[in-house]
Design a protein around this ligand. Structure first.
Ligand SMILES: Nc1ncnc2c1ncn2[C@@H]1O[C@H](COP(=O)(O)OP(=O)(O)OP(=O)(O)O)[C@@H](O)[C@H]1O
Ligand SMILES: [Mg+2]
Length: 234
């Protein structure tokens, strides 16, 4: 579904991404793990064209998209759930979800998506009228994921969904991510919590200092001594 070929990205002269190759198959849940500053957010921002790559290609459903504008990429069916959530804080929970569905014309689909989101995050159903800015961090994260899902994306990009959350809330978010996968939405997840990311993902790509040199399934990565030591602490 998604193919990234030899992507390079620089901020001024500082290299953030170097020769990144990455493929995500339809229906798959893939994770990019790596330390702070590795380039994980940059990679997602390049895919959704919030950053223009300096070199390389991004191909989505057989079509080159790295030359499109961000809004065109959203229309192609890629939703980006950014780091630190960026909700409409003065709007209610329901209004934020509606904003996610702005370009969705199908009323029936709208209700289906809303029901699915309320099923995976029952709390959002109870808090429909609450102002987004007054939600707790974990609740805001649920809403950010819900809003991205309301666009009915073919590919969901999620940047650090567990950032700053307590273990119990992290678990809830990751249970929801698994349900989203079972519904068939292809997902590329960026996550610092390697243990959680590896537990749910089909393939894991390890991004370090702008490069991906290790990747594989959970079982494959668990056999890598360095991954065990650095990411899994075993
Ligand atoms: N707008 C920018 N201008 C200049 N440098 C930037 C910019 N955005 C990111 N960088 C730099 O690019 C590198 C990669 O940043 P990025 O945000 O992609 O990392 P990350 O892996 O998402 O880190 P984190 O886990 O802390 O979110 C870092 O060195 C960062 O300082
Ligand atoms: Mg980041």
């Amino acid at each position: 579904m998604l193919e990234i070929r030899k992507i390079y990205h620089y901020y001024d002269k500082a290299k953030a991404l170097e020769e990144i190759n990455l493929t995500v198959e339809e229906g798959s849940l893939d994770a990019v793990i790596g330390p702070n500053g590795a380039g994980k957010s940059t990679l997602l921002r390049v895919i959704s064209r919030l950053e223009e790559p300096d070199r390389g290609k991004v191909i989505f459903l057989g079509e080159r998209i790295d030359e499109l504008e961000a809004y065109q990429i959203a229309r192609k069916g890629i939703a980006h759930c950014p780091e630190r959530r960026r909700l409409f804080y003065d709007m209610s929970v329901l209004e934020n979800l509606e904003m996610g569905a702005l370009s969705l014309k199908d009323k029936k689909k709208y209700h289906e998506l809303l029901n699915f989101i309320f099923e995976i995050f029952p709390l959002l159903k109870e808090r429909q009228k609450q102002r987004a800015g007054t939600l707790s961090g974990g609740e805001q994260q649920m809403l950010a994921i819900g809003r991205a899902l309301m666009a009915n994306p073919k590919l969901l990009l999620m940047d650090e969904p567990s950032l700053g959350l307590a273990p119990k809330v992290k678990t809830k978010i990751f249970e929801a991510i698994e349900k989203i996968k079972h519904e068939g939405t292809t997902t590329l997840l960026v996550e610092q919590d390697a243990v959680l990311a590896m537990a749910v993902s089909d393939n894991i790509h390890v991004l370090e200092e702008g490069k991906i040199e290790i990747r594989g399934t959970k079982e494959e990565l668990e056999r890598e001594p360095r991954i065990k030591k650095v990411y899994l602490g075993i």
